[in-house]
Design a protein around this ligand. Structure first.
Ligand code: AMP
Length: 193
């Protein structure tokens, strides 16, 4: 299996690139943000709980997020691998993911970190808000809070996987196709796939 963590701040292109990667490498894309939005759309208890955090640009508590991720992975056992997008966002989530994969005799293959500067993120997300309809993309102060939360709580995840040599930094600025080629280049040299 190839298990890729597609990492980076909000608006770094994780969703766009994941959609291209899953086609090329035949992987299951799991976006915890999308899973939460699906729950919100269905007005489930989990959705209601998540919404209060998402609206402010805060992280949903680990216990809720990890449980939801585990259900999704366990519901899809027969895949060639996973692309995790927006997960893990904290070190406890990383440890939970490692345990979950170890139970399957698997491990994280690599973490690919898309590097994009703050001002580019703000302008990309404000632009995306016009089509996504996401309220957390439409308000600059919420976007800036998401960036701060990323720096404080989420960047330690890249350091966590760097300890085992799994973190790779990729320039996330450029045309979609250019960034995709950079990601594929890194995947292809790391796994012989
Ligand atoms: P995203 O679609 O990845 O930008 O996520 C949107 C929002 O969902 C985030 O700002 C968080 O409130 C919540 N969220 C998504 N993934 C996670 C996660 N792994 N841990 C905690 N909160 C999350």
């Amino acid at each position: 299996m190839i298990n890729i963590i597609l990492f980076g701040p909000p608006g770094s292109g994780k969703g766009t690139q994941a959609a291209k990667l899953l086609e090329k490498y035949n992987l299951l894309h799991i976006s915890t943000g999308d899973l939460f939005r699906y729950e919100i759309g269905n007005k489930t208890e989990l959705g209601l709980k998540a919404r209060s955090y998402m609206d402010k640009g805060e992280l949903v508590p680990d216990s809720v997020t990890i449980g939801m991720l585990r259900n999704k992975v366990e519901a899809n056992p027969d895949v060639e691998g996973y692309i995790f997008d927006g997960f893990p966002r904290t070190v406890p989530q990383s440890k939970a993911l490692d345990i979950l994969l170890a139970e399957k005799g698997e491990e994280v293959t690599m973490l690919l970190e898309l590097l994009v500067n703050d001002e580019e993120i703000v302008s990309r997300l404000l632009e995306r808000a016009k089509v996504s309809g996401r309220s957390d993309d439409a308000d600059e102060s919420i976007i800036r809070n998401r960036i701060e939360v990323y720096k404080k709580n989420t960047t330690p995840v890249a350091d966590f996987y760097a300890k085992t040599g799994k973190t790779h930094k990729i320039n996330g600025i450029g045309e979609i196709e250019e960034v995709f080629e950079r990601l594929c280049g890194k995947i292809d040299v790391t796994c012989s796939c």
